[in-house]
Write a protein that binds this ligand. Structure first.
Ligand SMILES: Nc1ncnc2c1ncn2[C@@H]1O[C@H](COP(=O)(O)OP(=O)(O)OP(=O)(O)O)[C@@H](O)[C@H]1O
Ligand SMILES: [Mg+2]
Length: 680
């Protein structure tokens, strides 16, 4: 349940922080460079860790140092008690010893105490007693060693005296009133007299002047031969303004150690809550007697009777202190014994340790940041070069490579990246190549399509021309035949010397010419029968060339042949094909009136389905506008030409299921190519 509620409140606060940050700051953080983000996050982690460690470390260290100091101060208080008790024991021993001295007993026997006064005074001064007094068995003072000489007063109510009268030697600390002190002398009473001095943090006091005194006191019975208590000898040392005990403790325990000119150790005896004997100094460097204990120590030690081991504000500074109550013979708390050590050396020690720790932590953080900087460089640098590479590639530089020679994931990424770029480059080149091929193919196809279309149009045109020519030839052929027969008959019957003989001769010749034209038209319109047989095309070419070689028209023409060997035989009408070859070669010769080169080639087509025969001349060439009219019957550019040569050739080749094509450019010559199908 608790974890759940912590989780819910945590997520609530995270959401709140997010809302507070707002989108702009969030965006700013997101847009920070990678290196800054890395270092920032590591830095935050380190700082957070450092702060936590520093916090708990200093607390722990503080506790350790302070508890060490407290242990020491507790031990020192024990030492102080030893000195205190030793002193009390000394008083007891001296009083006890003295009480047994015979001169005292003799004085009792003689009832004369004046003679022993000087002896007792000697003891008193030798052992630095402030009080040394003899009382009788009733408790009445018989002799005071003080100058006052007051006697006869009753001391039987004093608890120590009471016990001593019962025959016991006792000792204890006691509070003595000013009246009692005055009996011992004004100087002693004045030593006890103290005006209360206010200090910071001291418990407020209800009185302004302390007149009573605190003594270490011992009382011992004086016993006669019959073992009866005939009197009591008691002695005491007034602790007020007596620094013997406190200084002795300080010398034994602290050995006069100082810190920055101040005594480290201090010892105090309190009468109730008032300093009556101390080596704690005030601002003026005087012993701080008359000052009082702090309220919290007063409550703990004086009122509740506990000991106090903790820091406390003493007069004007903080001390690590130990306080324990001083009790009187009846066990009532009448004062405090205190030992304290200046806290400053320990605080300074703690601060020094903390400072060292902080400096070390800072050095550690700086070193860590350096390492971090180096590590992030190994990540950021390759990433940057990757970013540059991607930009270059995005701009089309597919040959760019990332140079990261690392064996880690980034290195692998770079390798994969380079591989990817390489593949991309290859794919791109292929694509470009493919694009070009596609373009070429489209071009080729388009050309083929256009050729086919042209062929179709041409065939269509030729077919209709053929039909027209066939119709005319058929109609003209019969009358022409009878004209020719009759003109022959009339000429035979006419004398050659007759004036009409020449006319008849002309009629006959012209009619024959007409007959040839009709024959040509019939060839063109494919109406003439064929006599097909298997033949070697190279033979047909050679035969035709032999006929032409000696013709006058070919005198200036240089003929070259490239005839392919092993051509398959063709099923052709040899004479008609010969006629086609003749037509083409004559045309070439006519196109080269001043001489030129005629090249004749025969070859098998790439798909082996046709044999091609090519006639290429270096003649005048054909203007483009004539190219689609060449095969029309009667198309001619020559004055004496009939324009039937190519038309007849076209008809013959068509009858052989072949085709005839021309390529020509004016003044660059012309090439006519005939394709004839190879029989299956
Ligand atoms: N090799 C060639 N070089 C240049 N022009 C040519 C060539 N072959 C044919 N021609 C052109 O084609 C026309 C038609 O040729 P075609 O052989 O049908 O008739 P012709 O040669 O003019 O007359 P004919 O063949 O009846 O003597 C020619 O008039 C000529 O203009
Ligand atoms: Mg011709």
């Amino acid at each position: 349940m608790m974890i759940m509620s912590i989780f819910i409140s945590l997520s609530f606060y995270i959401k709140k922080i997010k809302d507070m940050l707002g989108t702009t700051i969030k965006d700013k953080i997101y847009n920070l460079p990678l290196r800054v983000k890395f270092i920032l996050s590591f830095f935050l982690v380190i700082i957070a860790g450092g702060v936590v460690t520093l916090f708990f470390g200093t607390r722990l260290e503080h506790r350790t140092i302070i508890s060490m100091a407290q242990d020491k101060v507790k031990h020192d208080l024990d030492s102080a008690w030893m000195v205190y008790n030793e002193k009390l024991k000394d008083i007891e021993d001296i009083v006890s010893m003295s009480s047994k001295m015979s001169f005292i007993k003799n004085a009792f026997l003689k009832h004369d105490f004046n003679n022993i006064k000087s002896s007792l005074k000697k003891i008193k001064s030798e052992y630095k007693f402030d009080i040394l007094t003899i009382i009788d068995a009733e408790g009445l003072v018989l002799l005071r060693t003080s100058e006052t000489g007051i006697k006869g007063d009753d001391q039987s109510n004093d608890p120590l005296i009471k016990k001593a009268l019962e025959g016991k030697t006792v000792k204890a600390a006691e509070i003595i009133s000013r009246n009692e002190l005055l009996k011992e002398g004004k100087d002693i009473a004045d030593r006890a007299h103290m005006t209360v001095i206010k200090t910071a943090k001291a418990a407020p006091l209800s009185y302004k002047v302390e007149e009573n005194g605190m003594v270490l006191k011992a009382a011992s019975p004086i016993i006669d031969e019959n073992q009866n208590v005939i009197g009591v000898l008691y002695g005491a040392i007034l602790l007020n303004r007596n620094y013997e005990i406190v200084d002795q403790v300080k010398d034994i325990v602290f050995k006069g150690e100082k810190y920055k000119g101040r005594e480290i150790g201090t010892v105090t005896i309190f009468q109730h809550d008032l300093r009556i004997s101390t080596n704690v100094m005030d601002k003026d460097g005087l012993r701080a007697i008359g000052t009082s204990v702090s309220q919290e120590v007063k409550n703990a030690v004086l009122i509740e009777g506990n000991h106090w081991i903790d820091r406390a504000f003493v007069v004007d500074d903080w001390y690590i202190t130990a306080y324990e109550p001083i009790k009187n013979y009846q066990g009532s708390i009448i004062g405090i014994l205190y030992v304290g050590m200046l806290e400053k050396p320990y605080i300074d020690l703690r601060n020094n340790v903390m400072l060292t720790f902080t400096i070390m932590a800072a050095i550690f953080v700086i070193i860590l940041l350096g390492i971090l900087f180096f590590i992030t460089s190994t990540i950021i640098k390759p990433l940057n070069s990757m970013v540059i590479a991607t930009n270059k590639i995005a701009q089309g530089d597919l040959d760019h490579k990332v140079n990261i020679d690392q064996g880690d994931e980034l290195g692998q990424l770079a390798k994969s990246f380079n591989k990817m770029t390489k593949n991309l480059n290859i794919a791109n080149k292929k694509l470009v190549q493919w694009g070009k091929t596609l373009e070429k193919r489209v071009e080729e196809r388009s050309k083929k399509l256009k050729d086919m279309q042209d062929t179709l149009v041409q065939s269509e045109k030729m077919a209709s021309l053929g039909r027209l020519a066939a119709g005319i030839a058929h109609e003209i052929n019969n009358p022409l035949t009878s004209i020719l027969i009759n003109s022959h008959l009339i000429r035979e019957k006419t004398d050659s010397k007759s004036p009409i003989f020449e006319n008849l001769n002309l009629i006959t010749e012209e009619t024959e010419r007409c007959s040839n034209i009709v024959k040509g038209l019939l060839d063109f319109s494919r109406l003439n029968p064929q006599e097909k047989q298997f033949a070697d095309i190279n033979d047909v070419i050679t035969t035709t060339l032999n006929i032409l070689k000696n013709q006058a028209a070919f005198q200036n023409t240089h003929i070259t042949t490239f005839l392919s060997n092993n051509l398959p035989p063709l099923e052709i009408d040899k004479d008609k094909i010969k006629q086609v070859f003749l037509n083409l070669m004559i045309n070439s010769a006519e196109a080269m009136p001043d001489g030129g080169q005629l090249t004749v080639r025969s070859m098998l087509s790439e798909d082996n389905k046709y044999i091609k025969v090519e006639f290429a001349d270096t003649g005048i060439g054909i203007p483009e506008k004539y190219l689609n009219k060449l095969f029309d019957p009667f198309f001619t550019t020559k004055s004496g030409g009939t324009g039937l040569g190519l038309a007849i050739s076209f008809g013959i080749i068509n009858q052989h299921k072949g085709n005839i094509k021309v390529k020509s450019k004016p003044s660059q010559g012309s090439t006519f190519t005939i394709s004839l199908p190879v029989p299956d």
